[in-house]
Design a protein around this ligand. Structure first.
Ligand code: G3P
Ligand code: CA
Length: 252
């Protein structure tokens, strides 16, 4: 269901729009968010990291090189500098002028138009940097519509200390020996493996369910694979094609 918790028997899978709807609009922009939202996705997934002056922005890579007309590590750029970059032209001239959004602008938009965020803490070296992200979620009054995920356990420990009400997901590209124990240790709501990691041991979904922990798999874009993970019993699927997944899921 939309809360990202355990999926009731027969209910459609939770649809998560990866970096927005990044097959049809430039990733991590307001355009991608809007397409993802209209596709019927339960969550928009975005990557969050801080500028030189400590402002949370949506960006996947550590540098702006691939997804904007600028260059450099985001840690060396101020918010004012980031605001001058074009984050759409690299994808298509149709999106020229798209900006790198602040987390605040994105959350304000979701609050107004409706929608929830799967916020990936992408790079944060200190608890204070994670706190800066949480502060924005609180300021935008979105704590009831944000789910946090990260590949780094320490990020999740910091979030749990700072905002224990926020649901947590751990991203994994290979499975832990004992995912249930990891989930208990980190207070996880969801354990989020790559498709390949889950294929190595599909039974882990049921193990996690017995412990009350959900599973959201990434990043899955074909109907053949949607069927396979649906059969494994996953609660959510993170995809670049949210409209197609929502349609497929509801038609079943
Ligand atoms: O949400 C899963 C996925 O986003 C993790 O990998 O590199 O796309 O952030 P990445
Ligand atoms: Ca991500």
């Amino acid at each position: 269901g939309p809360s990202g918790h355990l999926r009731p028997e027969g209910a459609p899978v939770t649809v998560v729009a990866h970096r927005g709807a990044s097959s049809s609009a430039p990733e991590n922009t307001m355009f991608a968010q809007e397409v993802g939202r209209r596709s019927g996705a339960d969550f928009i997934e975005n990557d969050v990291q801080l500028t030189k002056d400590g402002v949370p922005y949506l960006l996947h890579d550590t540098t702006v090189d691939r997804t904007t007309d600028g260059t450099g590590d985001i840690r060396t750029l101020t918010a004012a500098q980031l605001d001058t970059l074009d984050a759409g032209s690299w994808f298509s001239p149709h999106f020229a002028g798209a900006r790198v959004p602040t987390l605040a602008a994105q959350l304000a938009d979701l609050r107004t138009r409706g929608g929830s965020l799967l916020l990936e803490v992408k790079r944060a070296d200190t608890r204070e940097q994670v706190a800066a992200m949480i502060d924005v979620v609180r300021a935008e009054k979105m704590t009831d519509r944000v789910f946090v995920q990260s590949f780094e356990p320490r990020h999740l420990r910091w979030v749990h200390e700072l905002a224990p009400e926020l649901p947590l997901g751990l991203l994994r590209s290979t499975l832990d020996a004992d995912p249930v124990a990891v989930a208990a240790d980190l207070h996880l709501t969801s354990y989020n493996p790559s498709g390949a990691a889950l294929d190595a041991r599909p039974g882990v979904v049921a193990e996690l369910h017995r412990a009350g922990v959900a599973t959201m798999v990434w990043t899955i874009d074909s109907a053949t694979e949607w069927r396979r993970y649906d059969e494994y019993g996953v609660d959510g699927i993170i995809t670049n094609r949210p409209a197609e997944l929502a349609g497929w899921s509801q038609a079943r």
